[in-house]
Design a binder for this molecule. Structure first.
Ligand SMILES: [Zn+2]
Ligand SMILES: [Zn+2]
Ligand SMILES: [Zn+2]
Length: 346
């Protein structure tokens, strides 16, 4: 007979003054909860709450030590789960701008080190499709180096330090293809982004001729396709840090495809500039700048959600196009959607 989930509040102790928040642990297979609750109990790992959620059983542990012990235990017993990074362990990510393209990431790294920082990663940001380098540099630093926001210069050039912008799209795990968490904290079984089968995407043997199969909905697209019925609709993108006043700024728009809850593994994707239009911006850029979802001034975001989603889908699809013909096909597919959306906006 299954045991009822044990609540094990801290015996004898009054409510602690202030504990660091522990992220929840999501046991992906609800069928293993009885086993898991016994394992936790036998190892004296305490939790304050366990509740069914869409992804399995969401467990809140009684503090950081219990959280660490629980994740180790679940790994040891190969219980599929995912969780999130402890607040104290989240790295800091900033965008430095403008940093001329001619300055290498090695030079930037050295200069940051000379200024007392310990960068974990330094990346030159590029456009999504053309891969053209931008005067933006993404820097990841240890959680203790918040002083990066006071940085004034890099290689003796004055720079601005900004938080990476969020696109509004939720994160997608590169391991299990599900949403709202990252591969780094995922111990669920791998599922292939291309064919949906239980293997890591890197080891997929699907040929170009075989259609993709979505791991989340079973449709004939990759699991990363944003038009998938299971892909959560984007929330409002984070506002621009300050008004864009020059042409250069429109080129340096940096959107981080993140990750509302988990930005440490956010993939940095630059707003694409595929087919230049007469205004010098890509179609996607032009439409995005007219899109309230990315504008701080919008009052009617919801109305444009459909347009935003369709645009993002198309942009994503264009990014995966293997040749010009495929890109044209993606664009042709977009036209009827656009017409429908525009019609509904009238
Ligand atoms: Zn995952
Ligand atoms: Zn595969
Ligand atoms: Zn799908």
């Amino acid at each position: 007979m299954p045991q009822s989930p044990q609540r094990q509040p801290q015996a004898g102790a009054p409510e602690p003054v202030k504990r660091p928040r522990t992220p929840p642990v999501i046991i992906r297979d609800s069928g293993r909860w009885t086993e898991v609750s016994k394992l936790l109990s036998n190892s004296r790992i305490q939790f304050t709450k366990a509740k069914q959620c869409a992804e399995g059983i969401r467990v809140t542990l009684s503090g950081v030590d219990h959280f660490r012990a629980a994740t180790r235990l679940l790994e040891k017993h190969r219980v599929p789960f995912h969780t999130f990074t402890l607040e104290s362990e989240k790295s800091i990510r900033v965008v430095l701008k403008p940093v001329p393209r001619e300055i290498s990431v090695e030079e930037i790294t050295e200069d940051l080190q000379a200024q007392g920082f310990h960068p974990i990663a330094v990346h030159r940001m590029r456009r999504l499709i053309s891969k053209k380098e931008l005067p933006l540099v993404l820097v990841e630093l240890p959680p203790s180096e918040k002083k990066i926001f006071d940085l004034k210069t890099v290689c003796y050039l004055t720079v601005n330090v900004e938080k990476p912008r969020r696109s509004g799209w939720v994160s997608q795990c590169h391991n299990c293809q599900w949403f709202h968490h990252s591969q780094r904290n995922c111990r669920a079984a791998p599922r292939c982004v291309k064919c949906g089968k239980d293997h890591p995407s890197q080891s997929c043997e699907k040929t170009k001729e075989t259609p993709a199969n979505c791991a989340n909905c079973g449709g004939d697209h990759t699991a990363s396709y944003r038009g998938c019925c299971k892909f959560p609709r984007p929330k409002t993108a984070s506002p621009r840090p300050r008004p864009q006043k020059s042409k250069t700024n429109s080129e340096t728009t940096h959107k981080v495809d993140s990750v509302r809850t988990e930005n440490e593994t956010a993939t940095t994707k630059i707003a694409p500039n595929s087919t230049a239009n007469k205004a010098g911006k890509s179609f996607a850029q032009a439409a995005t700048s007219a899109n309230p979802a990315s504008s701080a001034t919008s009052a009617s975001t919801g109305k444009f959600d459909g347009l935003n989603a369709a645009l993002n889908e198309t942009v994503t699809a264009l990014g995966t196009a293997k040749n010009g013909l495929e890109a044209v096909q993606h664009f042709v597919n977009f036209i009827p959607k656009l017409i429908m959306i525009l019609h509904s906006l009238r």
